[in-house]
Design a protein around this ligand. Structure first.
Ligand code: SF4
Length: 337
């Protein structure tokens, strides 16, 4: 049995389409421990959301998911039948999606949507489910929850709807919460409030959290460990400090440089720095490159980078990166090819 709460080894997810096979996730390893706040970061299309949907087994029929290991709390998720997965989802694994307006059903009150998992998974009677739903709305910071429970999603602001989504995801006290870009559709002040709320709830319920985002600023606020994905592969992983201050992978460096920041000119005087985007665009995963997926955009690319992808190399305890620059014989191997 795995020592981790969630352990994924060599996960591969392909989608069959009319024009070919899209290799969205191409063999990634990751793990989450109890009480951990893990951030998964990368550009759109890098495979981070597909990874999470593969773990939840929530993909369409044209998806094929393979893994050497996909274990959650001692259960082999690939071997579980759909009935068992339904029990796990919402009960032991909670999920918050990107857009609270489309994730909530506009035809039902928030109370009905909040009471549903409580009745289904926790077998609560209607009255108990209503009491728990009101309590959850209060916990996530919704004023007058007794009144709000009877409202429809369109009667609430974006921030309130996301709070309701968090209440739904947390109401059955899951062991792990997967939050897929939970703040993207919200303005900056609400984003900060939602991240603060998620951190409070993580402490209160001792839940592990996986936060999927393209925003390193959000990662810096709350995460303890970070996985950087690109082209369906893991490029770098490490603690928050290792990723931010001991960065090893050129893609991670590019992501960090593209975060908007102010430069201090003199004491207390700041100037907005120009954004430094990463030139080029992500690889076509229908025809992924043979070598490093970042080679076409990397200023340090060598010949070998186009020949084979670099394996994840341990840089220090808990810190790994997949870059040929870290290979002790990179220069020699580069001459060979
Ligand atoms: Fe750049 Fe090569 Fe490292 Fe890829 S393996 S990030 S192309 S140096």
């Amino acid at each position: 049995m795995s020592e981790h709460l969630l352990e994924v080894k060599n996960l591969q997810t392909n989608f069959a389409t009319g024009t070919g096979i899209v290799q969205a996730v191409r063999g990634i390893d990751l793990h989450v421990d109890s009480g951990e706040f893990l951030g998964i970061v990368g550009e759109s299309g890098c495979g981070k959301s597909v990874t999470m949907l593969s773990i939840m087994r929530l993909l369409a029929d044209n998806a094929a998911v393979r893994a050497d290991k996909l274990e959650f709390n001692g259960k082999d998720l690939l071997a579980e039948n759909e009935k068992a997965m339904k029990k796990l989802r919402g009960n032991e694994i909670g999920m918050i999606f990107q857009d609270p307006m489309t994730s909530l059903n506009p035809l039902y009150t928030v109370g009905t949507q909040l009471m549903e998992p409580l009745k289904l998974h926790q077998k609560l009677k209607k009255k108990e489910a209503k009491e728990k739903a009101i309590e959850m709305l209060r916990i996530v910071g919704i004023n007058e929850p007794e009144k709000r429970i009877n409202q429809y999603p369109h009667e609430m602001s974006g921030g309130m709807r996301q709070r309701v989504m968090i209440a739904i995801a947390m109401c059955c006290d899951p062991k792990i919460l997967i939050a897929d870009e939970p703040t993207t559709a919200l303005d900056v002040t609400i984003q900060a409030q939602i991240m603060e709320l998620m951190q409070d709830l993580k402490e209160r319920f001792s839940t592990s959290v996986i936060l999927i985002t393209h925003d390193l600023g959000v990662i810096a606020q709350v995460c303890t460990r970070v996985v950087v994905m690109y082209g369906g592969l893991v490029m770098e992983e490490g603690s928050l400090d290792q990723i931010f201050y001991e960065t090893k992978h050129p893609y991670t460096k590019g992501l960090l440089e593209s975060v908007p920041r102010d430069a201090e000119l003199e004491d207390g005087v700041y100037e907005k720095q120009k954004l430094k985007p990463i030139p080029g665009s992500p690889p076509d995963l229908m025809n992924p490159p043979k070598g490093c997926p970042f080679a076409a955009r990397c200023q340090y690319a060598m010949k070998i980078c186009n020949m084979a992808p670099a394996e994840l190399t341990t840089v220090s305890e808990g810190h790994r990166a997949a870059c040929w620059l870290l290979h002790p014989q990179a220069a020699a191997r580069n001459k060979e090819v």
